[in-house]
Design a protein around this ligand. Structure first.
Ligand code: ZN
Length: 246
């Protein structure tokens, strides 16, 4: 079994297409750590695709707000405007599906999916200290998370905690061998709105039998995604940030 791990797609159809093309033939199943929608301009396409293509997904904070499950308390006005616009784009069936997404942690066979952390889908796990604090709440030795839009993560092995390095510019992947005794916390990065200063779409591939996880990046047509945002009348800021990966 080989799994494609996606997170924070955020309605970016162009980035998603580039990822699916880049990973074609390399996976059997798709997992998603949430935030399918928000920010970008293709919520209908992304939800339509996800409803049939994704095997397991947890909801993200933007999924919750775009589905009108709850009024946000911590959204900036760009995010809020995009969320309201997104809700109006989705049909009843798509909204019902979005509302039905499970809240993480979603514990599956030998691994789990969360959006923010196992404690809180809205928690940002950015610092080493924060990762250390959630380690004891993990149910399995391999946890995939998102929400920060920062590709990477940590591994605990032999009493040490190591940081996972994302591909540098000019590299398309970094590959890690999964020591079954170690504890892994892996962020595949954001497909649709990376914030680690690398505008390329981010994702991960997990080969269960070979026990490897690859953090990967692929270029996509950022100008197309930007044009769609502007054509939809969404805030220009949401288009601009894609070019800088922040
Ligand atoms: Zn997100």
């Amino acid at each position: 079994m080989r799994r494609l791990i996606l997170s924070d797609i955020h309605s970016n159809w162009d980035a998603l297409q580039a990822v699916l093309q880049d990973a074609a033939g390399l996976y059997d199943e798709i997992l998603c750590c949430g935030d399918l929608v928000g920010y970008n301009a293709c919520p209908r396409d992304v939800i339509g695709w996800a409803m049939s293509a994704v095997a397991h997904v947890v909801r993200g904070n933007h999924d919750r707000v775009c589905a009108f499950i709850e009024e946000p308390t911590d959204f900036n006005h760009y995010a809020l405007e995009a969320a309201r616009w997104t809700n109006a784009q989705l049909d009843a069936r798509q909204l019902a599906w979005l509302r039905s997404l499970p809240v993480g942690p979603l514990v599956l066979e030998g691994f789990e999916l969360v959006h923010g952390s196992p404690y809180d889908e809205d928690e940002y796990v950015v610092e080493r200290r924060e990762a250390g604090e959630i380690a004891q709440a993990l149910h399995t030795r391999l946890c995939f998370f998102g929400h920060t839009h920062l590709q990477g993560g940590w591994v605990w092995a032999d009493g040490a905690m190591l940081e996972l390095r994302r591909p540098r510019f000019g590299e398309s992947e970094t590959v890690y061998e999964l020591d079954p005794q170690a504890q892994w916390l892996v962020n595949p990065g954001s497909v649709g709105q990376p914030r680690d200063r690398d505008p390329r779409a981010a994702y991960a591939l997990w080969d269960v039998e070979r026990r490897t996880v690859a953090l990967r990046r692929v270029e996509y047509r950022v100008e197309e995604a930007q044009k769609r945002i502007l054509d939809a009348g969404l805030p220009e800021h949401l288009a601009m940030r894609l070019a800088f990966g922040r």
